[in-house]
Design a protein. Structure first.
Lengths: 330, 396
């Protein structure tokens, strides 16, 4: 019994991590007042570029007769996927902040664009590589579960806490860092002011555009890293057509369910991850497996309704979110 | 404050709202943006090792070159157009209905219930009428749910409608695997619609295209010539004004969202009984999302939506052709559509605003002094004269 529960929890954490990364990127973006619905697009962009980055690094070194290093390969994937996600977010930021385009429409176009970007280059490099793109075992090893001496060997706890791949710890550290950033740091508080009431923030001397640009671009980069997790860990370094489909929107749902808090995000990511893999572990007689697919979204809707009925400002979307700030129209 | 210091603070570029722009100029900007988008896409094609001109030519030929492909293109445009008309209803009152996808699915499922299980009891015209009606009611109710919460508690409709898409998708998956699974099939899929439930073809395409054209006219009339259309515009412009004028805002929101969802429901019915003849996860196929950009780019003008939806259908059909000719993956269409939409969205800015560069002659109405207008930061030292000038610029 304990074995099953441990296995379930571990699988939930592994499945929830890309959602957590996508949600953290979106929380940062939304806290600045930009509702970027392009999460799925940016995750797709990060997923394909991270994979191709590692692939090209390996190919280049193998061609030169040097054995590729797994850690460097992982770092390449991390950097490239961040840059790709940030690039997608930059397009969004330029259009909505500078050119004042509608946020919803821009975000949806970014999703169309990013999905096309990921699948297009996935197929293109697949054809070029003769079938499909896949990274070698060196890179795969860099994304496999860690083995920390002593800690990983603790019975049960070691398995539950210290045997994940490095990206899981990366995501949790990021969530903790963001919690601190929003609660304590001056920049974080300023950013929240920008998202809640840009006019007031502007009057207080905060550069609204700069904050929105930075938060959106960095947030997009984090979404890109979340996408890279999909292609490197979930599909084990092989490009699967449409591998991110649906996850980006689930990340958007996660942001709402976690009521825009990075810390609650960790918990909700494990719950969502658990719901995704539950059908493989727990089958309740008479309950169709597709119910598990529906639960995250229904639960999110309930959270939306409850927070609006209670008019809870603390647990609601930042008040300025979804609206562009025009100083002239103050 | 000294004059040089002030000039230093003047931003390199600042934007001024245009008073008006001739429609010829606006269209030339749009054309320019379109060419720039094609050039960006062309660059990509060039990097892939093909001649962009040939590829674009084959895309056009692949979507308009023969009666067969023209029919395919029109078949793609019908759902986009009707869905965009429905979404525009909601967008006009600034209600962000991102749930077209879910409303399409629900409409298809409602039609599917009668198509799969009642086909033996109803005559053909009656069956089609019942299926259409069921789709309208189901789609409308699915649109009504978020509208109810919006009207009552101001629940965020963007996120609500978005989540409903995935709830509907899960329902399809459930029905496909369980109650509605095709008998004798080992693969989870729904049965095919009996021929009696399929739409008649007129000029080679199911009659949905006639319905779509009629709906364009109806939508135009509804938006511009009816009391309800007027109420939608007022609620969109200012809810407080609408309330002050004695309109029941909640009722307008719910009524409009029912219509919006109903139109999306019709799309579901047409896709089911005119194109796919069965229901699978891809029945909506992203139409609910793409239609949002169609409505927006057409600025909620029904005739504009007709043009934009045909154009996007052409891109989608054309990409299939270039995949077979040049081995360019079909996903290129999403990429290209994304690029074109980005450019078209961006160019609207230049139609609404004009840029004034530092050092260039200041606009006459700003008083000609220094040009330190509304775009500079930290206006703590603003003189009364300056605020005056800002005011004039705002009102202009």
């Amino acid at each position: 019994m304990i074995d099953i529960v441990t296995a379930l929890l571990m699988a939930a954490v592994l499945a929830g991590t890309p959602l957590l990364l996508g949600a953290l990127g979106e929380i940062l973006t939304e806290k600045s007042g930009n509702l970027n619905l392009g999460v799925e697009g940016m995750m797709f962009m990060g997923a394909i570029t991270g994979l191709i980055g590692s692939y090209c690094y390996e190919q280049a070194l193998t061609a030169a007769g040097i054995v590729p290093n797994g850690v460097i390969s992982a770092l390449v994937a991390l950097t490239v996927s961040f840059l790709a996600g940030a690039f997608g977010a930059l397009i969004y930021a330029f259009l909505t902040i500078t050119l004042r385009a509608n946020q919803n429409v821009t975000g949806l176009i970014l999703t169309i664009f990013g999905t096309g970007f990921g699948n297009f280059f996935g197929e293109y490099f697949g054809l070029a590589a003769g079938g499909y793109v896949a990274v070698s075992s060196v890179t795969k090893a860099a994304f496999s579960p860690l083995h920390i001496p002593l800690l990983s060997e603790i019975p049960i706890l070691g398995k539950l806490l210290f045997q994940y791949n490095w990206m899981v710890y990366f995501a949790i550290a990021l969530a903790l860092g963001m919690f601190w950033f929003f609660r304590v740091s001056r920049f974080g508080l300023n950013l929240r002011a920008v998202g809640e009431d840009p006019a007031a923030a502007d009057a207080a001397g905060i550069n609204v555009s700069r904050y929105r640009y930075l938060a959106t671009v960095i947030g997009g980069g984090i979404c890109g890293i979340g996408g890279m997790y999909m292609s490197m860990v979930t599909t084990s370094g092989v490009w699967v057509h449409g591998c991110v489909t649906g996850y980006g929107w689930l990340a958007v749902a996660l942001v709402i369910f976690a009521t825009w808090s990075p810390l609650r995000g960790i918990l909700v990511a494990i719950i969502f991850g658990g719901l995704m893999i539950m059908r493989m572990y727990v089958s309740i007689p008479g309950l169709p497996a597709q119910i598990y697919d529906m639960v995250p979204y229904v639960a999110t809707i309930l959270v939306l309704i409850i927070t609006s009925v209670r008019q809870s400002k603390e647990h609601a979307m930042p008040a300025g979110c979804g609206l562009n700030y025009f100083r002239e129209e103050r | 404050m000294s004059v040089p210091a002030r000039q230093k603070r003047e931003p390199l570029v600042r934007m001024v709202k245009r008073d008006d722009i001739s429609s010829r100029r606006a269209w030339s900007y749009r054309a320019l943006a379109f060419v720039a988008a094609l050039a960006t896409g062309g660059l990509l094609i060039l990097i892939l090792g093909h001649n962009p001109l040939f590829v674009y030519r084959d895309m056009v030929v692949g979507s308009w070159g023969s009666p067969t492909v023209i029919k395919e293109t029109i078949k793609l445009a019908i759902p986009l157009l009707i869905c965009a008309l429905g979404l525009a209803l909601a967008f006009k009152m600034k209600f962000w209905n991102i749930g077209g996808e879910g409303q399409i699915i629900v409409g298809a499922l409602a039609a599917g219930y009668f198509g799969f299980f009642m086909a033996d009891f109803l005559s053909r015209p009656l069956l089609i009428a019942v299926m259409l009606l069921a789709a309208i009611v189901a789609g409308g109710i699915y649109g009504l749910i978020p509208a109810f919460f919006k009207a009552k508690w101001n629940t965020n409709e963007t996120l609500f409608t978005l989540m409903l898409n995935y709830v509907a998708l899960a329902v399809i998956k459930y029905l496909m695997n369980g109650p509605w699974k095709a008998p004798g099939s080992s693969f989870p899929k729904m049965p095919m619609l009996v021929p009696g439930g399929r739409l008649t073809q007129i000029l080679g395409v199911h009659w949905g295209w006639i319905l779509a054209l009629v709906l364009v006219l109806v939508a135009w009339f509804y938006f511009n010539r009816t009391k309800q259309g007027y109420e939608i515009s007022v609620v969109g412009a200012s809810e407080n004004t609408a309330r002050y004028a004695g309109m029941n805002v909640g009722r307008v929101i719910m009524r409009t969202m029912f219509l919006s969802g109903a139109l999306c429901g019709i799309v579901g019915f047409l896709q089911f009984s005119g194109a796919d003849y069965t229901i699978a996860e891809g029945i909506a196929g992203g139409v609910g999302f793409t239609a949002i950009t169609v409505a927006w780019l057409a600025k909620m003008n029904p005739f504009g939506m007709l043009a934009v939806s045909v154009f996007i259908a052409m891109l989608e059909r054309g990409s299939n052709t270039i995949q077979t000719i040049y081995k360019i993956p079909a996903s290129a269409s999403s990429l290209l559509i994304g690029i074109i939409l980005f450019f078209m969205l961006g160019c609207e800015f230049f139609i609404t605003y004009r840029l004034v560069f530092r050092g260039s002659a200041s606009p006459g109405r700003a008083g000609g002094g220094g040009g330190d207008g509304g775009a500079s930061t930290s206006s703590d030292s603003a003189s009364p004269g300056q605020t005056d000038r800002q005011k004039r610029e705002e009102s202009a």
